[in-house]
Design a protein around this ligand. Structure first.
Ligand code: FEO
Length: 172
């Protein structure tokens, strides 16, 4: 049985994951407006990943005999200056999510909840990957600067990203 404290903390994380999904879908809409279809695709795949993160927590609570309480999802930004601003915000947001996951792991340790701590290891590894991806794209965007051809090349590359439900694997 999962403790009330742990369950409430995971409820908050489910909300944060849905909020992340909403944010990335909004970023996808922004890139659609810019006619950058590859960037829009990348963000849409990111949105799909976040949905699976929320559901992984959702299923986990129920597998431990807990009860999930879903909270309202706050509004997200809808417009940005350029792609660099979008990816700077994405990286900052993922760093915040990493801190939230680490805090959940701290609570699991305090509560001597080894099962939750083990489940969270998947998310800890996933966050390393997420921050790394964002950093890499941000570096590339800074190199590209105002070069339209560079943007076109990166757009083509980001168009190839395909959604895979990594929550079904042992580690991301
Ligand atoms: Fe669910 Fe992007 O972390």
């Amino acid at each position: 049985m999962i403790s009330k404290k742990m369950q409430t903390a995971i409820d908050e994380q489910i909300n944060a994951e849905f909020w992340s999904a909403y944010l990335y879908l909004s970023m996808s809409a922004y890139f659609e407006r810019q006619n950058l279809k590859g960037f829009a695709n990348w963000m849409k795949v990111q949105y799909q990943e976040e949905m699976t993160h929320a559901v992984k927590f959702f299923d986990y609570v129920h597998s431990r005999g807990g009860q999930v309480t879903l909270k309202p999802i706050a509004a997200v930004d809808t417009d940005w200056k350029n792609a660099i601003e979008v990816f700077s915000e994405t990286l900052k947001h993922e760093q915040l999510v990493t801190a939230l996951i680490n805090n959940l792991a701290n609570i699991a340790v305090e509560e001597k909840d080894h099962a939750t701590n083990t489940m969270l290891q998947w998310f800890i590894a996933e966050q390393v990957e997420e921050e790394g991806n964002d950093e890499q794209i941000l570096v590339q965007l800074k190199m590209i600067g105002d070069n339209g051809y560079g943007m076109l090349m990166l757009d083509k590359e980001l168009a190839t990203r395909v959604f895979v439900d990594a929550t079904k694997t042992a580690a991301p």
